[in-house]
Design a protein around this ligand. Structure first.
Ligand code: V47
Ligand code: SF4
Length: 378
């Protein structure tokens, strides 16, 4: 074993495990959160990422549809929802309006629509199945990544169908995969304080497990940097790692930085950029069975998303085209999130990585060169 001067024996042992391709334990993970410098975890995470994907960084061409921001739940961190009782402040889109949004991309090479919103009591399982069918019959090749486990839990309970019946019904209508939202922090100690009334951690995991069993891939998120402790983050990631060992159905893990503007947790300070990068790096090291780690740039801001590429991140989501409001309403510096493919490619090339356009399931569509003359630097 190589001895690293100035590094504690426990950190050295963890570094050795990562180098040998061995899994780190929950205790190791806590040591990393408590003791490791940004440089230390960054270097390990980068080695890990490069072993998996070399110098590649993935992105896709996508847009979002947010059917409504009216929501029956009242998560304290949410800046976006309008309670059903105050729905005059919110929006509710019809199937025709949403189909019109899809039609705006006719002839453009987008590959994915990401559909997620508030939990509206009148938008039910048949409404959403009709939406999926309408989109698929207009554009069969568009991958539909839709609805969080929170939306499914409500929709299926209301329709009085089992998870399996509900998911099969939506797959039949055109559903292709499930986004990672609604996970927040699974541990009940924190979940009860930040989002007490929606599906609990076990319920979230059960829906993703059932989806994986039915062949639907999914993503997982974690809302971090508020009132949770490192132990809660580890508990959250452990449950995901265990489920992934069983199903292999997750594609990517997306740590979501808590933003504090205009919500009931505005008194909670946001995490520092150093803490954000440590979070990415430790997630990359701990979640050894997740193929991808995504930095969602509309939430993090494009410069920090670029920085995260040195801390284990291999994916920066997509072009978005100013179609999501969740983060601008919560205080992100990205008030109108949109990046052209050329901008995404340049952002990746500026840090000497290879941009790879992918589809939702990470099939490669196009690889770009790793350098490009950058007019801003000339
Ligand atoms: O579950 C809400 C988060 C999530 C705030 O799967 C907030 O590819 C920070 O899950 N500060 C929804 N975060 C978005 C989501 C997502 C986004 C991009 C890609 C994918 C994917 C999934 O947004 C919610 C919640 O955790 N959120 N409010 C806030 N104030
Ligand atoms: Fe509703 Fe989602 Fe906001 Fe919670 S985070 S209040 S479930 S829209």
């Amino acid at each position: 074993m190589v001895s690293l001067p100035g590094i504690s024996p426990s950190l050295q042992a963890i570094a050795q495990k990562v180098k040998n391709g061995q899994r780190i334990s929950d205790e190791d993970c806590l040591v990393l959160f408590n003791e490791a410098s940004l440089g230390f975890v960054g270097s390990l995470a980068n080695q890990f990422k490069e072993r998996l994907h070399g110098n590649k960084v993935f992105f896709n061409r996508n847009f979002h549809i947010e059917p409504t921001n009216v929501c029956v739940f009242s998560c304290n961190f949410c800046s976006y929802s309008r309670l059903y009782a105050r729905r005059e402040d919110g929006w509710e889109l019809s199937i025709d309006q949403m189909l019109h949004m899809v039609k705006k991309y006719d002839g453009q090479p987008v590959t994915e629509v990401h559909i997620v919103g508030g939990v509206h009591p009148k938008m039910d399982l048949t409404f959403f199945a009709d939406l999926l069918k309408a989109i698929k019959s207009h554009r069969p090749d568009l991958h539909i990544k839709a609805f969080t486990a929170v939306e499914y839990d409500y929709m299926f309970r209301k329709a009085k169908v089992s998870m399996e019946e509900g998911l099969r019904f939506l797959i039949e209508a055109g559903l292709n995969s499930i986004p990672g939202g609604g996970a927040e922090i699974f541990h009940p100690e924190i979940r009860e304080k930040i989002c007490a009334d929606k599906v609990d951690g076990d319920g979230w995991l059960a829906i993703h497990e059932k989806a994986h069993e039915l062949g639907l891939p999914s993503n997982a998120t974690m809302l971090y940097g508020h009132i949770e402790k490192f132990e809660h983050r580890i508990d959250h990631m452990r449950r995901l790692r265990e489920l992934q060992d069983r199903t292999k159905g997750f594609n990517t893990f997306i740590p979501l930085k808590f933003r504090n503007m205009d919500n009931d947790m505005s008194n909670v300070p946001e995490s520092s950029h150093v803490e954000d990068m440590r979070m990415y790096a430790i997630a990359r090291i701990y979640l050894d069975n997740f193929p991808h780690l995504k930095a969602y740039w509309p939430m993090l801001g494009r410069q920090n998303a670029q920085l995260s590429l040195a801390f284990g991140v291999d994916d920066i989501d997509g072009t978005i085209d100013d179609t999501t409001k969740i983060y601008s309403m919560a205080g992100s510096e990205e008030q109108s999130p949109t990046m052209s493919t050329a901008e995404l490619v340049t952002l990746i090339q500026q840090v000497k990585r290879i941009p790879v356009e992918r589809d939702t399931l990470y099939h490669e569509i196009k690889q770009y060169p790793d350098t490009m003359p950058d007019p801003a630097l000339n």
